[in-house]
Design a protein around this ligand. Structure first.
Ligand code: PMP
Length: 290
């Protein structure tokens, strides 16, 4: 596997960064996860735009411009001859000293990994997921804003540990007010009486690119869509529930906290949205090999 590291494509074993990199020492940096479908990069501009927004929010200068970063990604995918896969784009504050001060970090580190990802086994896309609500709350928007796709995922990892300990694969985090925010690595939706609903970004969620794609799909399929604060009550009483993310794509949730949602099977609205999503992933995107 060839990794892009600060302007060069190097073998995986040579892709090394300083132990003084603040991405490692403090989680000071940002990232993106992008999918490759059928030799094309899906929602390419949207992901790079979000990377720049995350960078701006933490006052980090991305070392390449929009055009050059896209080019570097395409070169990396080509070098690894991928037609299906997952790109991890990471920008850290770079090497500094042992203090926190980002001003001491002169050169951001840029890493591009082009590889594969499978988040859940295929059978779970047929059966749906069982998830729980965990005690760990989503970060306050006034702290590390969940809209920033930062390298600092410890809050989500704590929630993931709670999910692991309970024997489930995903978990819902509530915000400080007790409203549903999102899962550890996915946005959450419910369908109720032909309306699809998801928490607003102000509830403490990432501006998910798959989330946005789902909004577009709802317009196309003429499904009513609402961004609205949700509680666990709303999920317990929903007809359907599903999660969205670049890696997870769209996956049904059939129970929350061991309470069955709807009839306990992936619902029709979810299936229709997922079908439309698959069509988009296989027809849209920026070609890599042309
Ligand atoms: N929320 C969190 C916390 C995530 O990590 C992700 C995955 N990147 C998402 C939501 C989904 O976002 P996207 O659809 O852009 O992958």
């Amino acid at each position: 596997m060839l990794i892009y590291l600060n302007g060069k494509l190097v073998e995986e074993e040579e892709a090394k960064i300083s132990v003084f990199d603040h991405g490692l020492l403090y989680g000071d940096g940002i990232f993106e996860g992008i999918r490759i479908y059928n030799g094309r990069i899906f929602k390419f501009d949207e992901h790079i735009t979000r990377l720049y927004y995350s960078a701006k929010a933490i006052m980090l200068e991305v070392p390449l411009n929009f055009y050059d970063i896209k080019n570097a990604i395409i070169q990396t995918v080509r070098a690894n001859k991928l037609r299906e896969g997952y790109i991890r784009l990471v920008v850290t504050r770079g090497a500094g000293d042992l203090g926190l001060n980002p001003l001491k970090c002169k050169l951001p580190t840029l890493i591009i990994i082009a590889s594969k990802i499978t988040l859940y086994p295929e059978s779970l896309y047929e059966k749906g997921l069982d998830i729980i609500t965990v005690p760990t709350r989503r970060n306050l928007s006034e702290s590390v804003n969940p809209a920033i796709k930062s390298l600092n995922y410890l809050n989500n990892i704590l929630a993931k540990i709670e999910a692991n300990n309970a024997g489930v694969l995903e978990a819902v985090m509530l915000n400080q007010e007790g409203f549903v925010s999102e899962c550890t690595g996915d946005n959450i939706f419910i369908a109720k009486e032909d309306t699809v609903m998801t928490p607003p970004v102000s509830a403490g969620v990432l501006y998910g690119i798959t989330r946005e794609t789902i909004m577009d799909i709802c317009v196309k399929l003429e499904i009513e869509f609402k961004e609205v604060n949700l509680t666990r009550y709303d999920i317990f009483n929903a007809d359907e529930c599903f999660l969205s993310g670049t890696a997870a794509e769209i996956i049904s949730v059939v129970s929350l906290d061991r309470r069955v949602i709807g009839n306990g099977k992936p619902g029709e609205t979810t299936k229709n949205i997922a079908r439309e999503f698959r069509m988009l992933t296989h027809s849209e995107g920026v070609p890599i090999y042309e």
